[in-house]
Write a protein that binds this ligand. Sequence first.
Ligand SMILES: Nc1ncnc2c1ncn2[C@@H]1O[C@H](COP(=O)(O)OP(=O)(O)OP(=O)(O)O)[C@@H](O)[C@H]1O
Length: 661
Amino acid sequence: MGQLQLAADTHGQRLQQARQLFFDRGDLPEGLVDPLILRSWERCLRFGLTEQHPLPGVESLDRVALKTEQDRNRYLLAQGRPIMEHVFEQIRESGSMVVLADANGLLLETVGDPDFVDRADRIALMAGASWDENQRGTNAIGTALAEEAPTEVLGAEHFLEHNGFLTCCACPIFGPDGRVIGVLDISGDYRSQQRHTLGLVRLSSAIVEKRLFETIHARDILVCFHSRADYLGSPKEGIAAVSPDGQVLAVNRKGLELLGIRQVDAVRRDFSIVFESNLSALVDRLRGNTQGSCEISVNGKQIHVQLRGQLPPLSIAGRVYDEPTAVRPPPRRQENAATPQLTLDTLNTGDARLQAAIDRSRRILGRDIPILIQGESGAGKEMFAKAFHNSGSRQSGPFVALNCASIPETLIESELFGYQGGAFTGARKEGAPGKIQQAHGGTLFLDEIGDMPLNLQARLLRVLQERCVTPLGSTRAIQVDISLVCATHRKLREEVARGTFREDLYYRLNGMCVTLPALRERTDIRQMVGKLAAAETGNRAPVRFTESAMQALESYSWPGNIRQLFNVIRVAIALLDDGETLISETHLPEELFESLPIAPSVPLGNSDVWAAAPLDNAGSLEEIGRQAALRTLEAAGGNISAAARQLGISRNTLYRKLGRL
Ligand SMILES: Nc1ncnc2c1ncn2[C@@H]1O[C@H](COP(=O)(O)OP(=O)(O)OP(=O)(O)O)[C@@H](O)[C@H]1O
């Protein structure tokens, strides 16, 4: 008999003794059970559970309800799925499964060995079921959530007898604001317990957290650090997100550990105070050397630092950091073209439908009528909103954008309405104003408004009616004066009919609706090509297009619209040899020449990767590739093999593209 088996037997005997003491005699079996498990058993008794039965009425969600929950947690799933696949590869054929659950213990997705999945199904360890402690008793998922700590629950440590055949390891996943947003778990047969499983789950959760942090702060300067240079880039590195004016916006959990401080000690402080170094000098030292690192001293300790994310332009870097109060920070989002004076006039490149939309919008300038912009993804809705703001009387006020689809539901509320200090775990001591308040005197742009959760729609409606906002945890309403512009790629009327969008809010937002034409419907593609190419080359020598290349660009169906066109032009320019300025068909992707045009409604295929990969944060071809790989993976429902097949690359290459696991 192996040592592990012996240990398991001894552990099993001790547990039986502990259960007898606890359940039969009502004693606390201290010393026989891990204190964390004991705390959980006591909680379960308080919930009214018995060791034989869960509470009556515990039912799993049906497919539709599960889909809704998966949708609400799409952000967590998008980052979690590739990691689950990767973890499963490590434990395949060990009679186990990998589970991703939301912050309430609802199982969102599972991937596992078929034999074990069958057994797991019988105890409802499957997507759609809740494993909250108050329903299933002590279990790694529910208990990790209750304790907010990595948790291992072995065999009879499970409160409910019928779960005693399980061994489970789970680790909570913390969102970028420090709140728990989900939990990753590996469950298997008690007899196949592996010593390293908890470590694997912890590491994997750390990877998901890191990706969430990097995605949320993709538009900020990311200062990555560790006491060991070889840990830079690993899930163990600390990351601080810093605004262009040198204010620390957030520090990830590893970073707080490394610095030995709390979130409230860092957030909203100047970088130079938290890191005892001048950010401007650091940017200059590391500019052009983003793979390199340098050492700084913080609190008497040497740390290695690397910069990633959006570095400010050189001229701005110096100015802003030297005179923090005198200069307005540069815009957080860099538009690709027409940045200097983006107005409704400059958007007009000759297409009649676009011109009609511009004319209609111009008429309501300065009248504070909410405008709803509809159009396919990448058709230029945000650009239009910015141009609308710049053309009206509020142009000197702030333009504040929030994309309701790209941040987790738990964050939308605090991002939008703000919060008072101490409103929730991880909240900053001094609180933070929300986007609504930040837009006071200017324009609030709510992108993908169709993705706003229903409960927040009600709160938003109240703000629009009363022109007041009440931050989370506060009772004080703050007056706001905002002009509202919303955009969506969804058909909001249909969402209203389906009951997923409030009718009263729909009418409130829809003072005037403009629909932007899809790029394939536009007659000014040549002009757009010229404009986007000029934006990409900047001060370098201008590029030209052969007639056949231009015709290919004109006749393609552009499912990803202007974003895709710009992407294609960027890549074409990158493919030119030194000194070469003529773009021909060889510089364009093959799908432009395939006979079947790609309609936007077909499922994502190889060529749609180009369509969907957003350019806004794509600093390099490597990043474009990573985003394309992510999109394909999402479209393939998280199935790594299917996504790799679709891209025509190996699974390993796909993993590498997804972020070098
Ligand atoms: N008229 C334009 N001139 C130059 N670039 C443009 C123009 N319109 C859009 N773009 C560029 O195309 C990309 C997509 O535009 P934008 O983000 O405004 O589209 P969107 O419709 O809001 O997309 P989504 O619905 O996916 O958020 C951006 O990089 C933007 O800078």
